[in-house]
Design a binder for this molecule. Structure first.
Ligand SMILES: *Cc1c(COP(=O)(O)O)cnc(C)c1O
Ligand SMILES: [Zn+2]
Length: 394
C-alpha cells in the first residue's frame, strides 16, 4: 500500500514558561525543569508555504490541517472522522440576538458525542506513534468515554478514573468500550492525583488535561474550522465553557498560527471563559486581575465537564483571556437547565449543559453592552446533552 506519509510542519515542543524545548520524537508530558513543569506546546514552521486554498479538496474532518498537526506518519492516525462539525446560526430567537450574527459550533456530532474526541484522537495517535500500550486518564465524564473508544480502536488498553457523582451513562460507555474504569469518591483532581501516583509503577501513560502536549492540538482545530467556515472572517467573540481550558487555549493558539501562516490578518476574537458557579477559579482570578487561579471546588454541578477545581494551565487560560481582551463569567445550574430546554425547543439541539451555559452568558454580555451591535459571535457547544439526562428535569 502506498504510504500515507504527509508532511507536518512540526518542529518540536516548547515550554511557554522557561523556553526549554523537547523533541517531538520522544514521549513527553510536561516541562522537565524541576521548578517549572509547565504544559508543553508543539511548535510548527509557519515560514513554510501553506496555501489555504489546498484545504478545498481535503476530507471534512480535523485532519485536513495536517501540516499544522503533530503526527509524523499518517499511518499512526487513529480517526473516526472527528471534527469539521457544523457552524449553525442561532434561529427562532431573533429578539435575543438582534443586531448580531450568532452561531453554535455544534460538537455534539463527534464520535462519543463531544469535542473530547478531537483531543483524544490526537493524543492517542501520537501515543501510538511513540509506542504507548496503556493510556490513562482522569475525567469528569466525556474524556473518559472518548479515550475508551479511541483506545479500543487503536488496540491500546485504557485506564479511566471518574468521580462517582458522574451520570451513569458516562460510566457505562467506558465499560462497554472495554476500558478499566474506577469510580472515585471525589472530584477530577482527586482522580488525577491517584492516576499520577500509580502511573510509573503500573506502566500507564497518563494524558491528563494539559499535562500531555497533544490533546490541545486536537482541540485547536476548532479555531481553524471556525475561521474556515466563516470564510476566513475572524469572529468578534468566541464563548467557551472552561474546565481544564484545553479548547480555549487551543483556539487561541490556532488564531496565532493562522496569522503566522498569513491566512488571517491582525484581528483576533475576544475569548470568553464561562464557568459553573460551583467551580469558578478562572472567573475569580480574572476578576481579581491575577495571573494564576486558586483551587475552588463548590461540589456538584450538572455541567460535570466544568467541575475542574484547578486547571493545570490556569496561567495560559488567563493569559489568553487578557491578550484577547476577553472576559470570564459564571452561570448557575438552574440557568443551564433552563438553557438546555430553551435551546432544545428552539434550535432542535439537545446540548450539554456546558454548551447551554454559553447562551446564557451571551445574553448577559449583550445586555451589559459588552457585545456590540454588528458583532459576530461563536459559541462552542462542546457536547451532546444525551448523557446528562438523569440530571435534567423536564
Ligand atoms: C471537558 C468538557 C468541557 C471543558 O473543556 P476544557 O477544554 O477542558 O476546558 C466543556 N464541555 C464539555 C461537554 C466537556 O466534556
Ligand atoms: Zn519549562
Amino acid at each position: 500500500m502506498e504510504s500515507l506519509k504527509h508532511d507536518t510542519f512540526l518542529i518540536n515542543l516548547e515550554c511557554p514558561a522557561c523556553g526549554a524545548t523537547y523533541e517531538a520524537t520522544e514521549l513527553n508530558t510536561v516541562c522537565k525543569v524541576a521548578e517549572c513543569q509547565s504544559t508543553l506546546f508543539p511548535r510548527y514552521d509557519t515560514a513554510k508555504t501553506f496555501d489555504k486554498g489546498l484545504l478545498k479538496g481535503r476530507p471534512a474532518n480535523m485532519w485536513r490541517y495536517w501540516e499544522m498537526l503533530p503526527v509524523l506518519d499518517a499511518n499512526h492516525i487513529v480517526s473516526m472522522g472527528e471534527g469539521f462539525t457544523p457552524l449553525l446560526p442561532v434561529i427562532n430567537l431573533d429578539e435575543d440576538i438582534a443586531g448580531n450574527q450568532v452561531f453554535f459550533k455544534n460538537e455534539a456530532g463527534n464520535p462519543t458525542g463531544s469535542f473530547k474526541a478531537r483531543g483524544i484522537s490526537m493524543a492517542v495517535s501520537k501515543a501510538k506513534e511513540l509506542g504507548v500500550k496503556t493510556i490513562a486518564i482522569p475525567t469528569a465524564g466525556n474524556a473518559g468515554g472518548a479515550l475508551s473508544a479511541y483506545a479500543a480502536r487503536a488496540g491500546m488498553k485504557a485506564v479511566v478514573y471518574m468521580p462517582k457523582l458522574t451520570p451513569q451513562l458516562f460510566k457505562d460507555e467506558c465499560r462497554l468500550y472495554g476500558a478499566d474504569l474506577t469510580e472515585i469518591d471525589g472530584n477530577i483532581s482527586d482522580c488525577g492525583k491517584l492516576i499520577h501516583e500509580q502511573a510509573a509503577e503500573k506502566g500507564w501513560f497518563p494524558i491528563s488535561t494539559l499535562r500531555e502536549p497533544y490533546r490541545v492540538e486536537g482541540k485547536k482545530t476548532m479555531g481553524y474550522e471556525i475561521a474556515e467556515q466563516l470564510n476566513w472572517e475572524v469572529p468578534d467573540v468566541i464563548f467557551y465553557p472552561t474546565g481544564g481550558g484545553t479548547g480555549l487555549i487551543g483556539i487561541w493558539k490556532a488564531f496565532k498560527e493562522m496569522a503566522a501562516l498569513g491566512w488571517i490578518g491582525d484581528k483576533r476574537p475576544r475569548m470568553v471563559a464561562v464557568q459553573s458557579e460551583s467551580c469558578d477559579g478562572i472567573v475569580n482570578a480574572f476578576n481579581e486581575g491575577s495571573a494564576s487561579a486558586t483551587f475552588v471546588d463548590g461540589g456538584f454541578t450538572i455541567a460535570n465537564g466544568l467541575r475542574v477545581p484547578k486547571s493545570y494551565a490556569d496561567k495560559e487560560i488567563l493569559k489568553a483571556l487578557k491578550e484577547s481582551c476577553g472576559t470570564a463569567l459564571t452561570i448557575s445550574d438552574a440557568e443551564m437547565e433552563a438553557g438546555v430546554k430553551q435551546l432544545a425547543q428552539t434550535q432542535g439541539i439537545l446540548m450539554a449543559p456546558e454548551g447551554a451555559a454559553l447562551w446564557l452568558a451571551y445574553k448577559k454580555l449583550k445586555v451589559a453592552h459588552w457585545i456590540k451591535p454588528g458583532e459576530t459571535v461563536v459559541m462552542v457547544n462542546t457536547g451532546s446533552g444525551y448523557k446528562y439526562l438523569e440530571n435534567i428535569k423536564y
